[in-house]
Write a protein that binds this ligand. Structure first.
Ligand code: PEP
Ligand code: MG
Length: 585
């Protein structure tokens, strides 16, 4: 009988294949009571398991293959950090000794306690880190009982149509993915902001997560369909469904093949307008795929990454070395470095817990930098020094008014003077920009643009603040509508004002990488899009089929209307004339 399961879609495309169930190590935990004499040996066994786990993770981190997802290194570092925490490295040993029990059972008791603690955390992002903790626990457990720690071991020779069905996948598991020909993966655990979801997206294979009970319903070797675009898994499909999905699979494969031909095609519209396509990156490793896809540069380096997973703030020299390595990899192409945008979901350890009732409206983005001027100026000095090695721009996040821009400029001037006093070489004329992602900044863009060189629209936050809908909260996701007329009016106002003032304007939120909005943004006058590498070719495909002059007239109709449903219908109509299945060679 055919069963349909719904989860969270994280990797586009369709896969039809045979299920391979991944057995989870913690399913059957042995429980033994020990005599007092046995306790030192048991405690030592636990310590050895921790050491082995640390060694394995460090080795994995040092041997990350080139084609592995770019976020992997940081995720493994997070796992190492969790492993080093006393709650996993020491407290289970105390439990062994206090309760006179075996190491596996002590680990289980501690895991249950930690799980409850994670469940009671209010912040979505931090709560989702429970899965990371469980993945580390599973690895310790497997080392205790002598099981292989890899879900996908190098020894396993999968058929081309293997679909992995797991409780969860750790970052380390994904190291082997690309080489092991896995067609898709589905997991019971994970939420939209879990690392499994983030890795799934970057792996670029169909995947559905957060299915709940897939492992109980799917049998080993059973035929299943994974629809990574809709977040659907179909178990034992009948012939009619199978036929339809085989057709979709063929369509998807042919689209992918065609898109790959666009790597060297210029992003020029039918009426000859050149469009800049840039990448959003977080780390040095993200640059290579952008060169490969022919991106014009980097429109957004999210610099928070270097501040997370560490105990103290990075020094100016550490930041400088990090940025120089990145800038050199750009090979002369432009890169825009955003100063740290911490707070809300990105809290470094040295930050302590947020006490704000409403962190997204609290001390975040540039507000935090202005409250911590030493940290702010340290980063600005490092960026300006690294700018000597290439084409670098600096950008401030979460600007809400021109007075904030002026305060930032004062700090910038102080930072420049500090560098001059030290006779340091730096880029005196570095271009300065602001992220426009708060409605108050959008509405006063004229004044802001008079003080700086360029702007970049952070549509993710602009939408959330305009519609008062938390971008990470599933329960209000129906309200988070990029095509809402109020969002479109703000976008148009920013783009038009910047164009009129001859100041570069780009969109670097998810809207820029979503091909559904390419034509709309082109019609509004946008000429620069910055996105994740995976989206560059689909967006380019839209661009080369568009005639901006025609689009401008069509987009006016959408912009005149104030009804969100009607706006959506008109947007669909705008895209219908340019379906992505129509490829231009
Ligand atoms: C945005 O808000 O659109 C953006 C690009 O910034 P981030 O997603 O890092 O908040
Ligand atoms: Mg933002």
């Amino acid at each position: 009988m055919c069963i349909v399961l719904h989860g969270v879609a994280v990797g586009a495309g369709v896969a039809i294949g045979r299920a391979h169930l991944v057995v989870r190590g913690m399913d059957d935990v042995p429980h033994r009571e020990l005599s007092l004499e046995e306790l030192p040996v048991e405690a030592d066994r636990y310590e050895q398991a921790i050491k082995t786990t640390r060694r394995q993770l460090e080795q994995l981190r040092s041997e990350i293959p080139e084609n592995a997802p770019s976020e992997l290194g940081a995720f493994i570092s997070l796992h190492l950090m969790l492993l080093g925490d006393v709650s996993l490295s020491r407290e289970p040993i105390d439990i062994i000794k206090d309760k006179c029990i075996n190491a596996e059972w002590a680990l289980k008791l501690q895991t249950d306690k930690l799980s409850d603690q994670f469940d009671s955390i209010e912040d979505n992002y931090l709560r989702a880190r429970k899965q990371d903790m469980l993945q580390v626990v599973e690895r310790i457990f497997k080392n205790l009982i002598g099981l292989s720690t890899e879900v996908v071991s190098e020894a396993e020779d999968f058929e081309e149509d293997t679909i992995l069905v797991a409780y969860d996948l750790s970052p380390a598991d994904t190291v082997f993915f690309k080489d092991s020909r896995i067609a898709a993966f589905v997991t019971d655990a994970g939420g939209p902001t879990s690392h499994t979801a983030i890795l799934g997206r970057s792996l670029n294979i169909p995947s559905v997560i957060a299915l709940g009970h897939a492992r109980e319903l799917i049998n080993e070797d059973e035929l299943i369909i994974v629809d990574g675009s809709m977040g659907v898994v179909i178990i034992a499909p009948d012939n009619v469904i199978l036929k339809e999905y085989r057709r979709r699979l063929r369509e998807f494969r042919s689209l992918k093949r065609q898109l790959s031909k666009l790597k060297n095609t210029m992003a020029i519209t039918q009426d000859g307008i050149n469009i800049e396509l840039l990448g959003n990156i977080e780390r040095e490793e993200d640059i290579k795929p952008l060169h490969h896809l022919g991106a014009d540069g980097v429109g957004l380096l999210r610099s928070e990454y270097f501040y997370l997973n560490r105990h103290v703030l990075p020094t100016e020299d550490e930041l400088y070395d990090h940025y120089v390595a990145i800038v050199k990899k750009m090979k002369g192409k432009q890169i825009t470095i955003r100063t740290v945008d911490l707070g809300v979901d990105k809290n470094p350890r040295w930050f302590g817990p947020s006490h704000s009732m409403n962190p997204a409206l609290g001390l975040t983005g540039v507000r935090l930098c202005l409250a911590e001027p030493v940290m702010f100026r340290t980063q600005m000095r490092a960026i300006m020094r690294a700018a000597v090695y290439g084409s670098v721009r600096m950008m401030w996040p979460m600007i809400s008014s021109v007075s904030e821009v002026q305060q930032c400029l004062t700090h910038l001037n102080t930072a420049k003077q500090q560098l001059r006093d030290r006779f340091e070489e730096f880029d005196e004329a570095i271009q300065i920009g602001a992220m426009i992602e708060i409605p108050s900044a959008a509405l006063t863009i004229n004044a802001i643009l008079k003080c700086i060189d360029f702007v970049s629209i952070g549509s993710n936050d602009l939408i959330q603040y305009t519609l008062a809908a938390d971008r990470g909260d599933e329960s209000v996701s129906y309200l988070y509508q990029p095509s809402h007329p109020s969002v479109l009016k703000l976008l148009l106002h920013i783009i038009r004002t910047a164009n009129r003032m001859n100041k570069p304007v780009c969109v670097c939120g998810e809207m820029a990488g979503d091909e559904q909005y390419t034509r709309l943004l082109l019609g509004m006058g946008l000429r620069c899009f910055s996105m994740n590498a995976n989206n560059i070719l689909p967006v380019k495909n839209q661009i080369i089929q568009s005639d901006v002059l025609i689009l401008e007239t069509e987009v006016q109709k959408i912009l005149r209307n104030e009804d969100p449903d009607k706006a959506l219908k008109l947007l669909r109509k705008l895209n219908a004339t340019n379906e992505s299945s129509e490829m231009v060679d």
